[in-house]
Design a protein around this ligand. Structure first.
Ligand SMILES: Nc1ncnc2c1ncn2[C@@H]1O[C@H](COP(=O)(O)OP(=O)(O)OP(=O)(O)O)[C@@H](O)[C@H]1O
Ligand SMILES: [Mg+2]
Length: 255
């Protein structure tokens, strides 16, 4: 049975997709069988994994709508060495299309159960919103990984996210837990970073991951080549950081 981890933060541009892709690649490099689910209409996790989001025959939307099985929509045999359940702009219709359907918040959960045995870890890249897609991710997941940037507004909105996690935990998914807070685009030299660090430690304690991801231009360049930074620039600081993160997650969650 696989562990399912949702990377989520309704704040945009905090490094969700980047971390989803690079954690997937780093875990795969450590011989874990990985599925990356792209639940964001922006399709960044798909693109960053080398998949053309404009040319999908089947996507995670078809799976959510019950029109195809997860097994049939998963893209395998990619150079990135993990499998992808891809998504694209069609997902913007999900909210409306699921509106009147039964079990609309459990669609992803039910679909992933059918392929869970094929994977050690399933990572879900969420959109920057607390919408029905994110609710599906949180209903399917047993862990939540929250990437954030140590800036003045970093903590804003986190309470809404934690409230949503708590609601889903109490209603449909008692196993759900915050598995980690990940500091991305990190620069420990600034006093603001140190201040936010302290707030995060006080508030999250143990859930604050030790590994931080530095701001690194190779990390930003890699998606335009359809590759994780761990393949695009193996020896870069960004690549090293994601490899260390994978090891920390393995220890922490017994992956
Ligand atoms: N460690 C890093 N160093 C440099 N640039 C980074 C790093 N991490 C992410 N970026 C860049 O920051 C931008 C936002 O990252 P990303 O797309 O991963 O965030 P996101 O949370 O998925 O955004 P969205 O909320 O829009 O889905 C991207 O242009 C990405 O290339
Ligand atoms: Mg994203």
């Amino acid at each position: 049975m696989s562990q399912i981890i949702a990377l989520t933060n309704q704040k945009g541009g905090v490094g969700k997709s980047t971390s989803a892709v690079n954690l997937a690649a780093s875990l795969a490099a450590l011989d874990r069988r990985i599925l990356l689910v792209d639940l964001d209409p922006q399709g960044h996790a798909s693109m960053g994994s080398g998949i053309d989001k404009y040319a999908l025959e089947k996507s995670v939307l078809d799976v959510l709508l019950g029109e195809t099985s997860a097994n049939d929509a998963i893209v395998r045999g990619l150079p990135v060495k993990y499998d992808v359940l891809p998504g694209n702009g069609d997902l913007t219709a999900a909210e409306v299309e699921l509106l009147d359907s039964d079990q609309r918040q459990s669609r992803l959960s039910l679909a992933l159960q059918t392929v869970a045995d094929d994977y050690d870890v399933v990572l879900i890249d969420c959109p920057p919103s607390l919408n029905m897609l994110t609710v599906n991710a949180l209903t399917a997941a047993n862990g939540v990984l929250i990437p954030l940037q140590c800036e003045f507004y970093a903590l804003e909105g986190l309470s809404a996210l934690l409230d949503t996690v708590e609601q889903i935990k109490q209603s449909v998914n008692p196993d759900l837990a915050v598995s980690g807070i990940l500091r991305t685009m990190y620069d420990k030299r600034t006093s603001l970073t140190r201040e936010v660090d302290k707030q995060l430690r006080d508030f999250f304690g143990d859930a604050l991951l030790k590994t931080t991801i530095p701001r690194n231009v190779k990390v930003a360049e890699a998606p335009s080549h359809g590759l994780p930074v761990t393949q695009y620039a193996r020896f870069s600081r960004g690549s090293q950081a994601y490899r260390v993160l994978a090891k920390e997650m393995i220890r922490r969650l017994s992956l």
